[in-house]
Design a protein around this ligand. Sequence first.
Ligand SMILES: Cc1cc2nc3c(=O)[nH]c(=O)nc-3n(C[C@H](O)[C@H](O)[C@H](O)COP(=O)(O)O)c2cc1C
Length: 202
Amino acid sequence: MNNKKKFIIGITGSSGILYGIQFLKVLAKYIEGESHLIISDSAKIVLKKELNLNISNYNEFMEFCLKDIQVPVHKFILENNNNIGAKPASGSYIHNGMVIIPCSMKTLSGIANGYSTNLIERSAEVCLKERRKLILVPRETPLNLIHIENMRKITLSGGIILPASPGFYHNPKTIEDLLNFICGKILNLLDIEQKLFPSWKG
Ligand SMILES: Cc1cc2nc3c(=O)[nH]c(=O)nc-3n(C[C@H](O)[C@H](O)[C@H](O)COP(=O)(O)O)c2cc1C
């Protein structure tokens, strides 16, 4: 594999859809490569609710995501979540990892229990079986024992739970600062150096 990065990105119907959009922006701005992007139907409902954004038109959605970025260095290939025959559904498709941001408790449950009903869940299942990096960014509070057990199962299977729970020690001033904290943590886990938030000076 060359230096260009290849990821699978899922955006599901959890609150905090801006985390997903910010992650796309960060990739487009800083990380050379391409990603398969899968957006669940519920994510489209939350996009409408939280950002008043209708994504029946994919180009308009990407325009919204990338509007501040002049020359994106990352390419996004939109996949249909119902197409369980798409490339990321197969273990023979090599990539650098999958991120589900934000990740609903429903998708988390599907992954934890090996019950894949769509391309996002199937791609995550494949990551675990192929021992590839899988990072889930759940946003739910409070948690019940079923949520916690599902996170435990995924962790034991090699997945990484990275809650949408930004730190405040870098003195964030804007929502973007908070989003970047989480995006930076994801890049760290993907072994990509980043300067999205100042490192702790002690
Ligand atoms: C406005 C809105 C906000 C939601 N927020 C959350 C949330 O924060 N966390 C969560 O787990 N589910 C949340 N849900 C519920 C999920 O969308 C629902 O469980 C859905 O079936 C998830 O499907 P998906 O994982 O295929 O996207 C929310 C739903 C709506 C309409």
